[in-house]
Every structure is written in C-alpha cells, then in structure tokens.
Design a protein around this ligand. Structure first.
Ligand code: GLU
Length: 467
C-alpha cells in the first residue's frame, strides 16, 4: 500500500507553526516511505477563506522546502461530491432531515445548560416520520449516529482513545443552505484522495470520533490517525502573540532560516536519540511516528535562535548576502549597490560567526553601505579622541601604500605600526574600527578593511580625521 499523507489547512489567516509542523511531519513521513504528500486547501468557509491566505500557505510551504505532489485540491470545488455522499447516507437510512429552526436549537442548548448537561442535539427528528415534515421549512441533514457502544480510535501517537457513543450527538452533514460541514468534507476528501495516514493537531481528536462515525456509516476503511500534541508558549500557556512569533511569515521576518525552523519544529516533539542538527536528507531517513512525544511541547525561542546561528554558519555566503541585501535595501540611509554587495559578501565569513538571525546579520553588515560622514556611537567616539586620530593619521599613508591590499598585508601593517609606536594592537584596531563602522564591533579589522577596499578605507579615515 502506498503511503499518502496530506496537509489540509484552512486558508483563514496565517500559517501557524503548529500547522507548519503538522505539514513537516506529514511530508517527512510520506518521503520516508517513498509515498506521496498532497495539499488540500479547506476553503469551505467562504466568508473566512481568502486568496491572500492561500498564497501565504503556498509560499510558506515552498519556503520550508515542503513540496507537495500533484496539484492542490480546493475543498470548496468538491461540494457536489460531498452532497452525493450525503444522499447515499440518506438512502442507507444512516442520515435524516432535521427541520429544527435556529430558535429551537438555541432553546435545546439552553435547556441542556439549565439541566447541567452538555449542549447536544436531542434527536428530535431522528426517528420522526418524514411525513411530519413542515412545508417549506429548510432542513439540515444529520448523521444517524450510533447511540450504544463506544467509538475507539487506535491513535499512533495517543494510543487507544475511546468515547461512549452516548456522549455524541447526531452531527450535521449538510447545513440547511446545502453546504457540507467540515466534518463531512474532510472524511469524503480523505477517502477519495486515498489518504492512508492523517497527522494533525490533537485539538482535532474529538472531531476524529465524529468522523469515524461517518466512515463507518459509509462502510469505508478508516485511515490511520496520529494526533500531534500542540505547541505551547515557553510558560506552558497556549502559544499567543505575547510569547513572540507564531506564524511562518513572522519567523522569516525575524531572520530565521527555513532549515533552522524545520529542524527546530522537528525536534520539538519528536526525537531520535541525541540527534540535534538534522538536514532534510537525515530528517527523511530518520523520521518515524514512534518518535513523536505525547505531551505538549513548549516553544523555546532562545533555542531556536541558537539553532539558527548554527544553520547560518553552514549556509552559503552568497545566499546569506542576498538575504542581507534584501534587508539593507529597505533602509534609505544606506547605499546598497553592487559595491556594497561585494563588501558584504567579503565580510560574510566573519559576520555569520557572530549573528544568530538574518536580522542581526544585516544590522552587523549595514556599515558596509554607510555614507560619510558616519554617525558615531558614544563608545566609538571615545576611540576617536586625540590619540585615536594620531593613530589614524599615521596609518593613512601606510595603508595608502600597502600593496596588495589583503587581510594578511593589513594585519602585518597594523602589527608593525603598533610595535613601532609601542601600542597594543587594540589601541590601533579600535580607532580604525570606529572610523570604519561608527561602532566598536565588527568582524576582524583586517577583514573589515579588506572588504571595504582601499579607497573607501582612506575616505573613512579622512572623514574621521576631519570630524
Ligand atoms: N482544516 C483543518 C485546520 O486547518 C485541518 C483539518 C485536518 O487536518 O483534518 O485546522
């Protein structure tokens, strides 16, 4: 049997990381078994579904490198098929028309609440003679759910979970306006799409009991279910805005690389021995459902940025430079032409050693595009007092004459200058750094000067001297 998994998001907002993790797990499971991973956009809620949210899903999945097989399915386009299944259930006597009005249903709920019972449909129309049907009143179609016994799900993560059928009411399959409910549509689509494994958040577990009833009523085999514990905030509460980023786009904005986010989301709630840093190939090789933990995970933003730092150091310099340049391009206080790009690229080996996010990387690289005169931080200003300026003036002629203008040559020049003037290397490097960056931090001073190039270095020295 070919394994087929799916990701079935509702396009009603952002791509939440809980959903992104479900997508990742479904993708890895399918790829591990040389199966297929398909995408279904659950857009049956026409009012809340937007094209923008659909695009966010497509882009988010592509960014994470989760390529799906075939064309995506749009659930709303399958309404006729959903209605057809309901007609079959009616024929089998497994569904019935319910003529209750909204007011009657509200009264039913109210009564249940007053009697301290859970608000369930009381079965008014379940066994009533269809001849009693009021004329011209719209009706919903409900499943004739079993009243006795239990519904048991052998969940691959949660183990065996069961609920007494008496606890569940007759769910609506088709609303009175003829539209299918989510519970019905998911079952019909998963069945028709030959989905073998449904992996989704455990907030869907109660839906699964109800969906199982629809499968059984149709005489269809159930897929295997794996309900994933949710991702909570660092404090154990429901993950919310106040904790930090929650959606894929937000993490991207905060400068997280997709491979770091995927690696983090995988390790959050799934384990394989001590394996911590896993690339896609290893993820596919090692992923299994057995490794998924049962308890909720806590989002650890510090750990994520640590992991991101590791992935940045592994990332290609050209790619990181492109990401940095995209960010610098948004600043109008900087130049961001080809010369600046070449400087950033040359600085990248040093820059990526220190930064944990692309945002930090861009902040640390920004000096490459600064226009003169630089604005100095108070600390940098201290290095450009009388002593500092003397150093700069002395270095100006030497650097002007240095040939070739390489990190090695620069390093020897600075060392020789320090020795001759009985200065510590720092006393030479710091005024230079202040003059080059306006701050007191940068990659190694030799790399910094080499990346800026002789002409720019001399211009920045002169500008500092004339300030
Ligand atoms: N569309 C549902 C959601 O976004 C998921 C349905 C499912 O995975 O079965 O929550």
């Amino acid at each position: 049997m070919k394994i087929r998994t799916r990701f079935a998001p509702s396009p009603t907002g952002l791509l939440h990381i809980g959903n992104a993790r479900a997508a990742l797990f479904n993708y890895l499971f399918a790829r591990h078994h040389c199966g297929e991973f398909v995408l279904r956009i659950e857009d049956t809620d026409r009012e809340r579904s937007t094209q923008q949210a659909v695009d966010v899903i497509f882009e988010g999945l592509k960014w994470m490198g989760l390529d799906w097989d075939g064309e995506p399915t749009f659930q709303a386009s399958r309404q006729d098929r959903h209605a057809e299944v309901v007609a079959q259930l009616m024929e089998k006597g497994m569904a019935y028309r319910c003529y209750c009005t909204a007011e009657e249903l509200a009264a039913m709920r109210e009564k249940a609440r007053a009697e301290k019972r859970p608000p369930r449909y009381d079965g008014t129309w379940r066994d009533r003679d269809p001849a009693d049907a009021p004329e011209g009143v719209p009706y919903a179609i409900r499943l004739k759910a079993p009243k006795e016994g239990e519904t048991i799900i052998k969940d691959l993560v949660q183990g065996e979970v069961r609920v007494a059928n008496a606890e569940m009411d007759d769910l609506i399959l088709l609303r009175s306006d003829g539209t299918p409910t989510y519970l019905l549509a998911v079952v019909v689509d998963d069945h028709d799409m030959d989905i073998t494994h449904v992996m989704r958040g455990d907030d869907h577990l109660t839906n699964t009991f109800r969906q199982a009833m629809i499968y059984r009523a149709m005489g269809w085999d159930l897929p295997k279910f794996a309900h994933l514990p949710l991702i909570h905030g660092p404090d154990g509460a429901k993950l919310s805005k106040r904790h930090g980023a929650q959606s894929v786009v937000e993490f991207r904005e905060e400068g997280i690389l997709p491979e770091a986010l995927c690696n983090y989301l995988l390790r959050l709630g799934w384990g394989h021995g001590d394996a911590e840093i896993l690339d896609r190939e290893e993820q596919i090789k090692l992923f299994d459902i057995d490794g998924i933990g049962r308890s909720p995970s806590r989002m650890d933003y510090v750990k994520l940025s640590h992991l991101n730092g590791i992935w940045m150091r592994r990332a290609n310099d050209e790619r990181l430079t492109a990401l940095v340049m995209q960010r610098l391009a948004q600043r109008d206080d900087l130049n961001h032409d080809e010369t600046v790009r070449a400087r950033v690229l040359a600085l990248m080996p040093g820059l990526k050693e220190r930064a944990k996010t692309v945002v930090e990387l861009a902040d640390n690289a920004a000096f490459a595009g600064l226009r003169l005169p630089l604005t100095l931080t108070p600390k940098a200003e201290k290095h450009l007092g009388e002593e500092g300026k003397k150093v700069l003036a002395g270095l100006e002629t030497r650097l002007a004459a240095l040939e070739p203008f390489t990190p090695e040559g620069i390093d020897s020049t600075l060392r020789a200058f320090a020795t001759e003037h009985e200065l510590k290397l720092g006393a030479v490097a710091q005024p230079l750094r202040a003059a080059m960056t306006g701050t007191t931090t940068s990659p190694g001073i030799d790399l910094t000067l080499a990346a800026l190039g002789r002409e720019e270095v001399l211009a920045r020295i002169r500008s500092a001297l004339s300030a």
